[in-house]
Design a protein around this ligand. Structure first.
Ligand SMILES: C[S@@+](CC[C@H](N)C(=O)[O-])C[C@H]1O[C@@H](n2cnc3c(N)ncnc32)[C@H](O)[C@@H]1O
Length: 444
């Protein structure tokens, strides 16, 4: 891999005698990481059923290295949302943010959802997660990952963060800013980033990062915490951005992040963490944790009453045991809400809570997101395949299946599971399974 001369000079100045070790890290393959979805399964239970050989990632409680020969994205457990595939160093920022279960959390630059899905596991179905990203195309992937993970307490929104600032002063208990950056830390994993690094000089990202972080800080409640992270080494995009926000907000201070073996402090900012590929088993990253002076208070949630529901929705809901919340109709969509968070006019909201399903004329079709947010005990009719059953992949491909050997009696809406983990819905009739697995989610 040919690194740009200017980049090499910068790294030499930054790393001094360690520079050669850094260059040698390019001779080593990148590392592959998987993070267990503790909304669906404990780490302990996952390790018992894991089809892959896993080795713990030292800085997370739920992350593991897997081998490049394994293909976890092709396994039915991936389709059941049991894990997220994430570069190991990228697991650190959300791990560091101290989320409490009833917090209102904002993930400012969230797509495709690596860190949001971790924040959702920390909330454990409580509180509220606002997962936002300026790019509406990247938000489609974010939405799918939020749904696959079975998050029922998340909003997915697509807004320039600096537009949100004036509408939500001191609103969020915890905020993550995983800022857009020049990506120097990912050159080994994604060599294509080198091209865009050459095109943009080092004055491009810092003003964007400073604007995003300062906007985020103004939306943070007193007593709240904020994590700023990038996957780059540039001091202009890391320590200088932190210094700028500290200068502008005297009520903000840095909190030291525990350094595990191989983690380095920030440059003249010992509280922060720098991850280098020659020091740890992962790619390059920077993480800072900041706290705003004061005391956070959780306000009591006042849910609006549910809307009047069509008979077809009421009939379907007799099959489901939902947790406490309000059911709202938005055009043809039926949504379950557990928060009283309000959107301002013009705020682009892709999802506000859990999509239960859609009205199609006089019929109600339950959604893929509902199936993934349930556990089998919450649905009346369940059809469970064993992990070895070849019909699992056929179901994920959208095929109609003969299931007489498993169930001859059930008719109507059925939750299809693998090893008791929901995959999607089907309609059963006399042992024949009419597939309702969402088209855009199918196995390829
Ligand atoms: C490093 S990526 C985020 C990765 C994500 N946090 C994850 O873990 O999967 C940075 C993101 O910032 C978004 N972004 C850039 N400028 C933004 C802005 N002004 N407001 C909100 N999001 C922005 C980009 O679209 C991009 O998806």
């Amino acid at each position: 891999m040919e690194l740009p001369v200017k980049f090499k000079e910068q790294m030499k100045e930054l790393l001094q005698e360690e520079y050669e070790d850094y260059l040698n890290s390019f001779d080593h393959d990148r590392y592959y990481g998987l993070r267990v979805n503790t909304l669906k399964i404990s780490v302990e239970e996952f390790l018992k059923i894991s089809p892959f050989k896993l080795e713990p990632i030292p800085w997370t409680n739920d992350g593991f290295y897997y081998s490049s020969e394994d293909k976890p994205s092709k396994h039915p457990y991936y389709y059941a949302g049991l894990y997220y595939l994430q570069e190991p160093s990228a697991m650190l920022p959300a791990q560091v943010l101290p989320v409490d279960e009833n917090d209102i959390v904002l993930d400012t630059c969230a797509a495709p959802g690596g860190k949001s899905t971790k924040l959702a596991t920390k909330l454990n179905h409580n509180g509220l997660l606002i997962s936002n990203d300026i790019s509406s195309s990247r938000c489609q992937g974010l939405l799918k990952n939020i749904e696959l993970f079975g998050c029922d307490n998340a909003w997915v929104t697509s807004e320039d963060l600096t537009n949100m600032e004036q509408h939500y002063p001191e609103t969020f208990d915890k905020i993550l800013v995983d800022a857009p950056c020049s990506g120097e830390g990912m050159f080994r994993k994604e060599p294509d980033l080198i091209k865009s690094w050459i095109e943009k000089d080092d004055t491009f990202y810092p003003p964007i990062q400073k604007n995003i972080l300062n906007a985020a800080v103004s939306m943070l409640k007193p007593g709240g915490s904020i994590v700023y992270s990038t996957c780059t080494f540039s001091i202009h995009e890391n320590e200088e951005v932190i210094q700028d926000v500290l200068d502008k907000h005297p009520d903000l201070h840095l909190v030291p992040i525990n350094k595990i073996d191989g983690m380095m402090p920030g440059v003249n900012m010992k509280e922060c963490v720098r991850l280098y590929p020659h020091k740890i088993k992962g790619e390059g990253h920077f993480v800072a944790l900041l706290v705003k002076d004061g005391e956070t208070k959780h306000k009591k949630i006042r849910l609006e009453p549910s809307d009047r529901l069509d008979d077809c929705v009421t009939d379907f809901l007799r099959l489901v045991k939902l947790n406490k919340g309000a059911i709202k109709i938005k055009k043809d969509k039926v949504i379950w809400l557990n928060s009283d968070f309000q959107a301002y006019k013009g705020y682009r909201v892709l999802r506000s809570g859990l999509l239960l399903g859609q009205l199609k004329g006089k019929h109600f079709e339950p959604s893929q997101s509902l199936a993934l947010a349930l556990c089998p005990e919450q649905f009346k009719n369940v059809l469970n395949f064993s992990i070895e059953d070849e019909r699992v992949i056929k179901y994920l491909k959208g095929e109609t299946l003969d299931v007489k050997d498993l169930d001859k009696k059930t008719s109507g809406w059925t939750l299809v599971c693998v090893n008791n983990f929901p995959l999607g819905f089907a309609k059963l009739s006399k042992g024949s399974l009419k597939n309702k697995y969402a088209k855009g989610w199918r196995y390829q």
